[in-house]
Design a protein. Structure first.
Length: 97
């Protein structure tokens, strides 16, 4: 991904081995935790979903939501369990997102 001269790499590990909704959510969750504005994250995630649906057809929105919530809560849990003095602060920041 190229964003105004910045290059970002996407690791497509485990893509296409299960539900397409999981593939979409894996990408979207990574974007969610980048330091982008909410509108920029929404634009990127919306474009990714639209492109996926253009090729594969409509996705199950309830399944997308369930996977996305799961990935977000898993990130919070990892942060709070981390052996870091600021783990609780990081977890709270992730939870707000």
């Amino acid at each position: 991904m190229d964003d105004n001269g910045r290059l970002g790499l996407i690791d497509f590990d485990r893509f296409s081995l299960g539900d397409p909704e999981l593939d979409i959510t894996t990408f979207q969750a990574e974007v969610d935790f980048e330091g982008l504005s909410a509108s920029r994250r929404d634009d990127i995630n919306g474009a990714f979903l639209a492109g996926y649906e253009w090729h594969a057809g409509p996705m199950d929105l309830s399944l997308l939501l369930a996977y996305r919530v799961h990935k977000s809560l898993a990130k919070v849990l990892r942060a709070v369990r981390a052996i870091r003095p600021d783990g609780d602060v990081r977890a709270a920041r992730h939870l707000q997102r």
